[in-house]
Write a protein that binds this ligand. Sequence first.
Ligand code: HEM
Length: 162
Amino acid sequence: TVELNPTLLPLEWLLGTWECDEPGEGSFPTIKPFRYTETLHFSHVGQPVINFMFNAFHAESKKPLHRECGFVRMQPGTNRVAFIIAQNSGLVEIEEGELTGQQLSLQSLQLARTSFAKEPYVKQICRVFQLRSDGKLEQTVSMATDNQPLMQHLRITYRRSS
Ligand code: HEM
């Protein structure tokens, strides 16, 4: 086991594998509400970077749906955090924000997509990770698209599984 790069000590609580404890809730004005399960993996290899993978599945059919992977970096000596994200839908993003205690609030700064990505296009993403006092991790994601203002798309809680 490699020692965690000291730059990342403020985010040590995020490392490991997280499984949703009950299905997450998905919604948006233009879609039918849905339930999903999701596993998060956060790991490191000693670099000042956290590697992550998020894999989501339909709660009832268990079919794989959304996937994201990427990297987390912290600006040394500050509470500024950056997520560098690739999504299976063809979207890539840079999200940045601040770590306050054990809450991470992120906003998309850059979004790009494949030339043939499905419409509507995502215009903005806001995401919050919070480690709650009961030890559970909560993630909420809001988004704005071409035709909808910023609104919640996802809410889910996880328990640590390793
Ligand atoms: C629909 C974006 C994560 C499941 C959508 C739509 C967009 C979108 C733009 C279409 C909305 C419309 O038609 O107006 C995103 C982004 C995500 C994300 C940016 C992450 C930051 C997830 C996750 C799941 C999920 C984790 C979990 C399974 C769905 C489903 C639909 C949907 C089931 C409706 C059916 C469909 O269009 O495929 N999402 N999504 N999404 N999303 Fe997400």
